[in-house]
Design a protein around this ligand. Structure first.
Ligand SMILES: [Zn+2]
Length: 280
């Protein structure tokens, strides 16, 4: 067993700091370099306040460590490495509770059945135990999960059922099983839109469907009815870094202050707007 020593926070840790010689890949070395940058920026002697800031990530983390987390929102986003809620919303530690899965899908409530519903468990924890006042479902452009669902169901129900099916030999099949949640939405999008804009439309419609499914959970419906919980949707554009937020009328629009400074994004956009979809 590796010897222990006290770290600067007084808690025991192993002596292996990651600097010891160990065969590893470039990706792991990149992560360790990033970690060291994080430490230097936020845990230096001045506590990361060298730029004149009155508080620091170090202070925030220490305070959160002592009093626990109380995030102001649950964000449900895709796993895609280009659409990170912490970056898009410029959040600090403790501000948002994030759940990420393939294509930011929320299953409809079907009761507790013994299966391993990771997304539902995270939703329940944040809503019932952390009492978040907001849930935001954030989709994004060029979503691979949405594209896979479109490929599987794009020509109608089970038109290409062989795609992404379970393979006992390789152990694959989880993606195909997961995106079954998108089947109905894909079929609706295909009925309404031309092939060249279906992928874009689907990214918006999947967000709307996840928002809709959130309301099927009894504990969520109860808090929404009591006025304690708001549920919203949004789509992040990976190419230009803009965000369109789902409005009560079912359309997506950019935040108003951004509208004023960016005339090209000044119009509220509904998913069925084919012209807009092509532009983006
Ligand atoms: Zn995605």
């Amino acid at each position: 067993m590796a010897p222990l020593h006290d770290d600067d926070d007084g808690r025991p840790t192993t002596t292996n700091t990651g600097d010891e010689e160990m065969e590893t890949c470039e990706a792991m070395r990149d992560l360790v370099r990033g970690y060291k940058t994080f430490r230097a920026a936020h845990f230096s002697d001045d506590g990361g306040r060298g730029n004149g800031a009155t508080s620091s990530v170090k202070d925030t983390l220490r305070e959160l460590s002592e009093r626990g987390q109380a995030p102001s929102a649950l964000v449900i986003a895709c796993c895609d490495s280009r659409a990170d809620p912490a970056i898009v919303f410029a959040t600090s530690p403790g501000e948002v509770f994030v759940v990420r899965n393939v294509a930011n899908l929320v299953p409809p409530y079907t009761g507790v059945d013994g299966a391993h519903h990771g997304t539902c468990a995270a939703i329940e924890y944040s809503v019932q135990h952390l009492r978040v006042p907001l849930i935001l479902v954030m989709g994004h452009t060029q979503c691979g999960g949405a594209a896979a669902a479109l490929k599987k169901y794009g020509n109608g129900p089970n038109a290409d059922a062989g795609f992404l099916e379970a393979n006992e030999e390789t152990g694959e099949g989880f993606i195909g099983s997961w995106i079954n949640l998108a089947e109905r939405v894909v079929c609706e999008v295909c009925e309404e839109h031309d092939p060249d804009i279906r992928a874009r439309m689907l990214e918006f419609e999947l967000v709307k469907n996840s928002v809709k499914n959130l309301h099927t959970f009894p504990f969520i419906a109860e808090r929404v009815k009591a006025g304690e919980l708001e549920i919203r949707g949004a789509v992040f554009n990976v190419f230009n870094g803009t965000l369109k937020i789902l409005q009560p009328n079912g359309r997506f629009a950019t935040p108003k202050d951004e509208d004023a400074s960016d005339k090209s994004a000044s119009t509220a956009v509904a998913p069925p707007d084919a012209k807009r979809a092509r532009e983006e």
